[in-house]
Design a protein around this ligand. Structure first.
Ligand SMILES: CC(C)(COP(=O)(O)OP(=O)(O)OC[C@H]1O[C@@H](n2cnc3c(N)ncnc32)[C@H](O)[C@@H]1OP(=O)(O)O)[C@@H](O)C(=O)NCCC(=O)NCCS
Length: 204
């Protein structure tokens, strides 16, 4: 399948939000918040626009990946900059064709070129281990509230780039979605019914 990866452009914005909504709809909760996150991220100071990629097939946006700046803060209050990978999405009818992998590998390569130390994400270990992500516990990195779990993963972008880096991980406040704002934003899209699905239970 002919799929090209390029930077997202302003004229792609709405299409990317629609694809994000389609990809995440009912997967982790009834409906989704990620299309609003994409919209808010672009205007956030943490957003790395050089790492905002879309996958194009037949002039159509079929996938997207975004990164933002985040911090690890240790007990001495030293701060280390890392990247958050989120969201990544591929239109349902284009999933399992390697497009997600292509976007993630491209994002990793470009982030490396930009000299970022590491990428952090919350996701399925089964999926992300194949790209080298490991449980953040390996680097003594915990969530902002001091937790560790399998879905909390890190990828060191250069061997040793996380040497001496440990502490708690703080993503941009943009990830906190206000329900009322989301409901307002949702009105810009065609109505879609929300459902409770088995995938939501397995991600609880
Ligand atoms: C996750 C996602 C971006 C992957 O994109 P994709 O183009 O389907 O992925 P690829 O074709 O590169 O890889 C497919 C493989 O990943 C696996 N995979 C995809 N999503 C997975 C998930 N959530 N959990 C576990 N495995 C997953 C598939 O089973 C498949 O495995 P196989 O190659 O062994 O058959 C896409 O499925 C998607 O948009 N999902 C909904 C949104 C989402 O969950 N985003 C990620 C949030 S962390």
């Amino acid at each position: 399948m002919d799929v090209k990866i390029r930077l997202e452009r302003e004229e792609d914005f709405k299409e990317t939000e629609i694809l994000t909504r389609e990809s995440f709809w009912d997967v982790y909760r009834p409906g989704c918040v990620e299309h609003f996150l994409v919209h808010k991220l672009r205007a956030d100071s943490s957003f790395v626009k050089e790492l905002d990629f879309v996958a194009i097939h037949n002039n159509r946006v079929v996938g997207n990946i975004m990164f933002s700046r985040a911090k690890i803060i240790d007990e001495q209050k030293n701060e280390y900059e890392v990247l958050t990978l989120a969201p990544v999405s591929v239109l349902p009818e284009f999933q399992r064709k390697g497009i997600g992998s292509k976007l993630i590998l491209h994002g990793i390569a470009q982030a490396k070129k930009m000299n970022f130390k590491a990428i952090i994400l919350f996701g399925s270990p089964e999926y992300y281990h194949r790209f080298g992500f490991v449980n953040a516990e390996k680097y003594n990195i915990k969530t902002s509230d001091g937790q560790n779990f399998d879905a909390f993963m890190v990828l060191e972008l250069c061997k040793g780039s996380l040497k001496g880096v440990e502490g708690r991980y703080f993503e941009s406040p943009v990830f906190k979605i206000d329900k009322q704002e989301l409901d307002e934003f949702e009105k810009e899209f065609p109505y879609k019914e929300k459902h409770i699905t088995p995938t939501q239970l397995s991600h609880e």
